[in-house]
Write a new protein. Structure first.
Length: 396
């Protein structure tokens, strides 16, 4: 596996210094992408597992990959310096787009040292299930159990008759205890791209049943105290938060119990101008109610990019994201629970692809090693390594 060190070829004032990079996966004629869909996990011995999509390479007017989209895992046993990859059996996509689902019979131990969960929904690059389902592992992704059902969420009074009828969650959860876990879901109108809104659900019996916990960003017209999103100087043009897409969250619990969720956002104006950014929301009552905290960063054109989020060893919030206008991977920090954020620093630049029609990059996951170094995993493309999965290691 390729591994090298050095300072990125970017403005020295904005570049993260002394970043070590490694290639997780690169094969000529193959396309890889979307680790944010697959999840990223780190274990006590700094073993890292990241999910990604592997597909045939084909130039198109969008992503340069074509079906079938295969769900793979990358694995590092040395904190992200070297990697192996695997196509796990009995995993996402192996049961079809909308598989037969089973209920959980034995409560899941969310505190198991080898635990990880993979959540699947509609538009998920490997399965296509608007009901949503999930898999879990107790051995760090070597084998998986599933697919399991969340039950009929659309029978919940909070989701019935709101005009949104397709679940589009990615993998985002916060473990509360051995059998208790919060999961973060998005729901949208079927075949209506960008209509996603975000909510929180909870299980207290190890996944045997789930209950609605609270809206983070509810559907347009829903009740709640939604602030305006400050996109324009003219406040009359600014939409309310629940008029904007909210999807692909990443959430953490802070040391004082506060929940923080950073969210991929999108707004399309009446004249079809598209704006993309990341917001932070917080909850102090276990996810029942949520308050807008801050805008984290802009993510550029081409539908923007989702955030990766974790906490540094000294307690700062750390968000990594792809910025498609300039073809860069960036990082920002907050020292006050997400109220304010640093200026972006560049982890990776030099994007290049054959067609250059889309800066197709990012969808990162980020984890923290024992020594305090961060490991960001994302997809990228350069002249030397087209359409590959990469890891960047640095001390924040």
């Amino acid at each position: 596996m390729l591994s090298f060190c050095g300072i990125l070829p970017a403005n020295a004032q904005k570049a993260v210094r002394n970043v070590q990079h490694s290639i997780i996966y690169h094969q000529p004629g193959r396309f890889v992408g979307w680790p944010a869909n697959g999840g990223g996990f780190i274990y006590e011995n700094d073993e890292i597992v990241v999910g990604f999509t592997e597909a045939k390479y084909k130039i198109s007017n969008s992503h340069n990959g074509e079906k079938p989209f295969l769900s793979w895992l990358g694995r590092s046993t040395d904190g992200g310096q070297t990697w192996t990859t695997e196509d796990p059996a009995q995993y996402v996509g192996d049961f079809g787009d909308t598989p037969d689902l089973k209920p959980v019979s034995t409560p899941i131990d969310f505190k198991h040292p080898g635990f990880a969960m993979r959540v699947v929904g509609a538009s998920y690059h490997g399965a296509e299930d608007g009901r949503a389902h999930f898999f879990y592992t107790y051995n760090k992704g070597k084998t998986w159990q599933g697919p399991f059902s969340f039950g009929d969420l659309f029978q919940w009074k909070e989701l019935s008759n709101i005009g949104l009828d397709e679940l589009s969650p990615r993998t985002d959860y916060v473990v509360n205890g051995k059998n208790e876990c919060l999961l973060f879901f998005s729901v949208r109108k079927a075949n209506s791209f960008g209509s996603d809104r975000l909510f929180c659900i909870k299980t207290v019996d190890g996944g045997k049943s789930f209950a609605f916990q609270g809206w983070i960003v509810g559907p347009a017209g829903s009740s709640g105290k939604y602030t305006k999103v400050k996109l324009f100087d003219d406040d009359r043009k600014n939409p309310y938060a629940n008029e904007c897409r909210a999807v692909m969250s990443q959430s953490e619990r802070l040391s004082d119990g506060t929940l923080v969720s950073v969210i991929r956002r999108k707004y399309v104006t009446k004249d079809k101008q598209e704006l993309h950014w990341i917001d932070a929301y917080s909850s102090t009552d276990g996810g029942k109610t949520w308050t807008f905290t801050s805008k984290v960063a802009d993510t550029g054109a081409y539908n923007g990019n989702p955030p990766a989020f974790t906490i540094t060893k000294d307690g700062r919030l750390c968000v990594v994201y792809g910025e498609r206008d300039h073809g860069t991977i960036r990082v920002v920090y907050s020292s006050d629970k997400g109220k304010r954020w640093t200026e972006p620093q560049i982890l990776m630049d030099g994007f290049w692809s054959e067609d250059m029609e889309l800066n197709d990059l990012g969808y990162p996951r980020v984890v923290r090693r024992k020594d305090g170094k961060m490991v960001a995993m994302y997809y990228y493309s350069t002249k030397e390594h087209l359409h590959h999965l990469r890891a960047s290691i640095w001390m924040p």
